[in-house]
Ligand binder design. Structure first.
Ligand SMILES: CC(=O)SCCNC(=O)CCNC(=O)[C@H](O)C(C)(C)COP(=O)(O)OP(=O)(O)OC[C@H]1O[C@@H](n2cnc3c(N)ncnc32)[C@H](O)[C@@H]1OP(=O)(O)O
Length: 511
C-alpha cells in the first residue's frame, strides 16, 4: 500500500472558492480565495485522503451566487481493503445543492448568457448605500418568507462551514410564520459592468437576523388569560415584542477589513432602533472578530451621548463628613447615574452586558492613563477611596464597579473559592479586563479624535494607530487583545460566567 502521506492533502488548500462573471467569450474570475475552515465537511484534521493534485473548485456567479462544483486531480488512490479515497461527490452533496453538480460547460454557458443578469437586483429593499475606498456598495434587506431572499440565502449559506466556526445553515423550508421572523441583509458592490450582459451587482456578504421572543417584565399582578389557541390570524409573530438576534454574519475574505462589517452591523442596529417592537439587539455566539467589530461600532455610537451627558465616575460618592470608614455596600448610584444610563441603554437597544462593557471602556477612557494600574497600584491599595487625587479615586472606583459586575455574574463560581482566592481571582480578572479595554481604547480613541460619525467613515486609513510605542496597526493590537471573561449578554439568567486566567483567550464555539 502506498504511503498515506503521499495521498493526503490539506482540504483548506484543495478547496478554491471562485466568484465568476461573464467575460468576452467565457466567464472570468472576479475573486478567488480559500476557506478558513473545512472541518465540518472533511473532519477535524481538515485533510482529504486519496488524491494527488486535488482541486475542488466551487464557482459562484457574482450576482446571484448560482453555484458549481468541479473536482479535478492528477491521480486517485485505488482502493485497498478498507482504505479508499474520500468520496468527494457524496461528501459535498451534504453541503452544496444538487443543482451545483452539473457539467461545467452548461454552468459556464448559463453564467455567460444569463439574459436576466443585466437587470438583476438583490432581493428585498435597498436600505443603505455607502462608499468605501471609492467603490459603491449597497445593503438590501428582505424577509425570509420572500422566495427570492430564500433562494439567494440558500446559495450564500454554502459559505458558512468555510468561514463561520460552528455555524449551521438555516432550514429554509420551515412554515411561513417562522420564516417571517427572519430578515436577511445582503451587501453588494455596485459596479460598472464591463460587458452589456453583466450584472451591476457583485456579492460581498450577508447577515441573518431573527426575532427572538422577549418576555416583558411584569408589573403588578400577572393575569392568566383564557385566549383561544391557535392565535387569531391577525396576530403576527413578527409583531410581538422581541429581541433581534444576529445569527450569521459574513463578509467574504476579499472584502474584509474595508468597513463592510461595520456598515452592515450599523444598518442592523439602526433597524432595531427604528422598530418599536424590538427591545434590544443581541448576537448568537459571536466570535472574537465579531466582538471587536461590535465593540467598535457600539463604542462609537454611544461615545457622543456619554460625552454630552457628561458620564463619569463621581470621585466623592460618600456624603461629606461620613468618616474614613467605608460603608459595606457599593454606592453604585452615587458613583454613576444609573437611571440615566438605563435610559441610554434602552434608547440604543443594546443588550445589558454589552452596554456594561462599552460603559466600562468609556469610564476607563476618562481616567488619565498615568493614573491607571502600574506603579500607582501599590499606593492605591493602601489609600483606596481616600486617595487625595480624584482620578486616583475614580480609578479605584472603576475597578470596584467592574468587580461588582463580575462578581454578580460569576457568583456561583466565586463563592466556591476561599475569600482570599476569590479576591485574588477577581483582581486578576479586572486587570485582564482593563488590559483588553486599554488596547481597544487606543484604537477607538485615536479614531474618535480624528472623526466621529454614526456610521463609520471607511474611506481613510484607520488601520494605522499611534501608540506610546510608535505607529502600530490594528492587526497588531488585535493580536494582543484578551478576553478576560467568557460571558453572553443574551442569556443573562441562566448563563454561567467563567473567570479565566490572565492571558487565556476565551473562544466561544457556535453551536
Ligand atoms: C454572529 C456570527 O456570525 S459570528 C461570526 C462572524 N463572522 C466571521 O467570523 C466570518 C469571517 N469574517 C468576517 O466575515 C469578517 O471578517 C467580520 C464580519 C468578522 C468583520 O467584517 P469586516 O468587514 O472585515 O470588518 P470591518 O472592516 O468593518 O471592521 C470592523 C472592526 O472590526 C475589526 N476587525 C475586523 N476583522 C477583524 C478580525 N478578524 N479580528 C479582529 N478584529 C477585526 C476592524 O479592525 C474594525 O475595527 P475598527 O472599526 O475599530 O476599525
Amino acid at each position: 500500500m502506498a504511503d498515506s502521506g503521499d495521498w493526503t492533502c490539506d482540504a483548506n488548500d484543495a478547496v478554491q472558492l471562485t466568484l465568476i462573471k461573464p467575460g468576452e467569450q467565457k466567464p472570468t474570475t472576479a475573486e478567488i480565495f480559500h476557506p478558513q475552515f473545512t472541518y465540518p465537511i472533511f473532519g477535524d484534521d481538515e485533510q482529504i485522503f486519496g488524491y494527488k493534485g486535488l482541486i475542488i473548485r466551487l464557482r459562484f456567479a457574482t450576482h446571484d451566487l448560482r453555484t458549481h462544483v468541479h473536482i479535478s486531480y492528477d491521480e486517485k488512490f485505488k482502493a485497498v481493503g478498507d482504505a479508499a479515497a474520500v468520496d468527494l461527490n457524496k461528501t459535498l452533496r451534504e453541503w452544496v445543492a444538487e443543482s451545483a453538480f452539473t457539467k461545467l460547460s452548461d454552468y459556464e454557458n448559463s453564467v455567460q448568457n444569463d439574459p436576466k443578469a443585466k437587470d438583476f437586483k438583490p432581493p428585498g429593499k435597498l436600505v443603505h448605500s455607502y462608499k468605501s475606498k471609492n467603490r459603491n456598495y449597497e445593503i438590501w434587506a428582505g424577509s425570509l418568507a420572500d422566495n427570492d431572499v430564500r433562494s439567494l440565502l440558500g446559495r450564500a449559506q454554502v459559505f458558512i462551514p468555510f468561514f463561520i466556526e460552528g455555524g449551521t445553515p438555516l432550514v429554509l423550508d420551515d412554515p411561513e410564520w417562522t420564516l417571517e421572523r427572519w430578515t436577511v441583509y445582503f451587501v453588494y458592490e455596485k459596479i460598472t459592468p464591463s460587458t452589456p450582459i453583466e450584472s451591476e451587482y457583485s456579492f460581498v456578504g450577508y447577515s441573518t437576523v431573527y426575532r427572538w421572543w422577549f418576555f416583558p417584565e411584569q408589573n403588578g399582578d400577572k393575569v392568566v388569560k383564557n385566549d383561544t389557541f391557535p392565535y387569531p390570524e391577525e396576530l403576527r409573530f413578527s409583531q410581538l415584542p422581541s429581541r433581534s438576534r444576529i445569527a450569521q454574519f459574513l463578509i467574504l475574505p476579499p472584502h474584509q477589513g474595508s468597513g463592510h462589517g461595520s456598515q452592515l452591523y450599523n444598518v442592523i442596529h439602526k433597524a432595531c432602533i427604528a422598530d418599536k417592537t424590538v427591545v434590544e439587539l443581541t448576537v448568537e455566539d459571536p466570535n472574537e472578530s465579531f466582538d471587536v467589530l461590535r465593540d467598535s461600532a457600539d463604542y462609537h455610537n454611544l461615545y457622543h451621548t456619554f460625552l454630552d451627558e457628561d458620564i463619569n465616575i463621581n470621585p466623592n460618592p460618600y456624603p461629606a463628613g461620613s468618616g474614613k470608614r467605608r460603608p459595606r455596600n457599593m454606592p453604585t448610584s452615587s458613583l454613576i447615574p444609573t437611571q440615566k444610563l438605563a435610559e441610554i441603554r434602552t434608547k440604543y437597544k443594546i443588550a445589558p452586558t454589552q452596554f456594561a462593557h462599552i460603559l466600562e471602556m468609556y469610564l476607563l477612557s476618562r481616567i488619565p492613563p498615568r493614573k491607571r494600574g502600574g506603579a500607582n497600584m501599590a499606593r492605591l491599595l493602601i489609600k483606596k477611596h481616600n486617595a487625595a487625587d480624584e482620578d486616583d479615586r475614580r480609578y479605584y472606583w472603576w475597578r470596584m464597579l467592574v468587580k461588582q459586575r463580575l462578581y454578580k455574574r460569576s457568583r456561583d463560581i466565586l463563592i466556591q473559592l476561599e475569600l482570599q482566592d476569590r479576591i485574588q481571582k477577581l483582581d486578576e480578572t479586572v486587570t485582564n479586563v482593563e488590559e483588553g479595554y486599554d488596547q481597544l481604547l487606543t484604537v477607538f480613541d485615536a479614531r474618535e479624535k480624528g472623526r466621529a460619525t454614526f456610521a463609520p467613515d471607511v474611506d481613510s486609513d484607520a488601520d494605522k494607530v499611534i501608540t506610546a510605542e510608535g505607529v502600530t496597526t490594528m492587526h497588531a493590537l488585535r493580536a494582543k487583545r484578551k478576553y478576560a471573561i467568557e460571558d453572553d449578554d443574551e442569556d443573562e439568567e441562566d448563563d454561567e460566567v467563567e473567570l479565566i486566567e490572565a492571558g487565556q483567550a476565551a473562544k466561544k464555539p457556535k453551536v
